[in-house]
Structures are given as C-alpha cells and as structure tokens.
Design a protein around this ligand. Structure first.
Ligand code: NAP
Length: 333
C-alpha cells in the first residue's frame, strides 16, 4: 500500500482546524497530525480516538512547531486572536498597551513563527494559511482599527515577501463570518421580544452581502480542495453569500419565528463593550458595509464556486435548524 500523505492541522481542537482534521480523517490517502497545547483535553482525546496522531506544540514555542511539522506534506495553519484577547493572563503581558492591539501584534508574531518553520519543511507540498483581508489596505486607510483582520494579513504579507518558494506552495483561506456567532457570541445573538419576534441587532447594514460560514463544518471541505488543487489561491470561505436581512429570513424559515433587523448607529451597542473593542468593531462593521468583509477590491479573491472541485456545503437554514435557540433566548444579557 502506498504511504499515506501527512497533513498537520493547527487549531485541530477548534472550529476551523477541527473541520479540517475531520475531513482528512475520512480520506484514505491521508493521515492527520493534530496539534494542541493540551493532548489530555476532551477534544484532543476525541481526535486521537478518531485516528489522529495528537501532538503537543505551542505557537508561542517555535521549537515545538518544528517537530510538529516534521515530514508534513500539507499544513493547515490558524491562529486565535480572540483567545489571546480573552485570556486575562495576557493583560500583564500587554504592559499598558490596549489588549486588542497587543493581541493582534502577538497573533502576527505567532503566524510569522509558523511560516518561518513551515519554510524549513522539505517534504511540504501545500501550506494553507487561515487569514483575513487587510482592512487598512482595502479601505485605503479609512479603517485602521480592524486589528484581528490586519494581524493575519500582515503575517500573510510577511510570508509572501520572505519566502517566495514557500508561497509557490501556499493558498490562503479566509474564513467568512461564523454562523456560530449568532448562537454563542452575545453581541450577535438574536434577541426575542415579548411578542415573539427575533431581532437581529447590530451595526451591520442589513442589506450588505456577507460571506457566512459554518466554520466547524465548511472549513474542511474547502481546505481539502485547496490542498488538492494548484496553490496560489486566495479564497473567501462561505456556504452562503447573503445579507443579514436574508439571513434573518432563513432564521424564520428554520424556527418559524418572525424576525426583524435593527441597525444601530456607529458607536451604539446593545451590549456594553470595552472601549478598545468598541472602536475595533465599529471599524470592522463600517469596513464590511463599505468595502466588503473580504475587501471586495482585492482582485485575487476567489469564491468556493471557483474551485475545480467546489464542495457541496449545507444551507444556512439547515444550520439554524440544528441549533438550540431556547438556550440563546433564555440567557441573561
Ligand atoms: N468568529 C468569526 O466570525 C471569525 C471569522 C473569521 C475568522 N475568525 C478567526 O478565527 C480564529 C479562531 O479560529 P477557530 O474559531 O477555528 O478557533 P477556536 O475554535 O477558537 O479554537 C482555537 C484553537 O487554537 C488553538 N490554539 C490557541 N492558541 C494556541 C497556541 N498558543 N498554540 C497552539 N494552538 C493554539 C487551540 O488549541 P488548544 O487549545 O487545543 O491548544 C484551538 O484549537 C480567530 O483568529 C478569529 O479571528 C473568526
């Protein structure tokens, strides 16, 4: 039997990496090496039980990445801005800097370290980097506080400039707006009124089209195509390209609830936010409204339908049907 190829999956216990690991575990020609900081976690042990080789490595310890990447034919790389921002231990490391600014710089450094190590792997045939659009660049300097987008784009630019040989083997995966935000992120959760209407409240223009992805289901099928096809792609990953208003109609279809979209003015929020995050998110929504989530002037962007082996992805309605909304609507905000 021919030797199986090896894909190393960062973030394998998370949404994007978990989906990539799941898809490649079902591919007979591939074996999966799942990277985690904690091989004893429930998710890591579940991956091992499904047949993944689980290895311990840390984006903050590049020497651990070298052994994790050894003999890889493909690497899927993802970083975790919100994990860095949400970890109270990082407040001391920020040393007075705004935590989101620190987290963004740190995320860039982590991804640069991943790229440095990937460039040293002679067996590597495909590198897939989970990135996001450069909001500062594509808004032509108008929105400069979308730190968690620019942080990834900066690392991507570093890789392209520093390692032309690695970049010949690289494709970029930009994850669209996660549908799970509506289930588990308080500022995006719909609010149920006393009259049984689900309100989608926020600063996004409800008629601007956005890429919506079920990251935990759709990342794997899209990344599989990126691994199998020629490199050099920059894909915006999503299952449906729709406006918030269309999305709220899908919610109605799935749950039977009436819905409405309420657009708040810039600076307004239904939930109090730390001031530094307020600025970042204000810029983020304005950027999406005016320049597109993916930076719509970027001529290199392709869509899932442009892939040679475009994956069949499920619908937003079906995603909404599967969720337990009673938990969302009973939560204290
Ligand atoms: N929410 C959205 O709408 C959206 C849209 C596009 C992109 N994104 C981006 O998605 C990223 C998060 O991806 P996700 O949702 O797939 O992840 P996730 O589910 O939040 O999980 C984070 C993953 O990162 C791993 N990880 C974190 N720090 C690590 C470190 N120092 N070393 C090694 N592994 C580490 C964790 O592994 P262990 O804990 O097992 O070590 C875990 O697997 C963020 O950067 C965010 O900006 C989000």
């Amino acid at each position: 039997m021919a030797t199986k190829k090896l894909i190393v999956v960062l973030g394998a216990t998370g949404n994007q990496g978990g989906s990539v690991a799941e898809v490649f575990l079902q591919e007979p020609q591939w074996r999966v090496r799942a990277v985690t900081r904690n091989p004893a976690s429930t998710k890591a042990r579940a991956l091992a039980a499904r047949g993944a080789e689980v290895v311990q490595a840390d984006l903050d310890l590049p020497s651990t990445l070298l052994s994790a990447f050894e003999n890889a034919n493909a690497i899927f790389a993802v970083s975790d801005f919100w994990g860095l921002f949400g970890d109270p231990a990082n407040e001391a490391k920020a040393k007075g800097q705004q935590l989101n600014v620190w987290a963004a710089n740190h995320e860039t450094e982590q991804l640069k370290a991943v790229i440095d190590v990937a460039a040293r792997i002679p067996t590597l045939e495909r590198f897939v980097l989970s990135s996001l659009s450069n909001a500062t660049k594509w808004s032509r300097g108008r929105y400069t506080h979308v730190y968690h987008f620019d942080s990834k784009a900066k690392a991507e630019a570093y890789g392209r400039e520093t390692y032309p040989e690695l970049w010949k083997k690289t494709s970029i995966f930009q994850a669209g707006f996660f549908l799970s935000n509506f289930v588990s992120t308080p500022i995006f959760q719909p609010v149920m009124t006393a009259h049984g209407k689900a309100q989608f409240v926020g600063n996004l223009d409800p008629d601007v089209k956005l890429p919506f992805i079920a990251a935990e289901e759709d990342t794997g099928p899209i990344v599989k195509a990126l691994v199998q096809e020629d490199a050099g792609k920059n894909i915006i990953g999503y299952r449906e390209w729709s406006s918030l208003r269309e999305l709220s109609k899908a919610f109605s279809q799935a749950t039977g609830a009436e819905t409405e979209c309420i657009r708040l003015a810039t600076g307004q929020s239904n939930i109090p936010l730390p001031s530094e995050l307020r600025l970042e998110l204000d810029d983020n929504w304005a950027y999406c409204n005016e320049f597109g989530y993916e930076g719509r002037d970027d001529p290199t962007i392709i869509h899932p339908k442009d892939l040679d082996s475009s994956p069949e992805l499920d619908s937003v309605v079906n995603y909404f049907r599967k969720q337990d909304w009673s938990r969302v609507f009973t939560q204290e905000k």
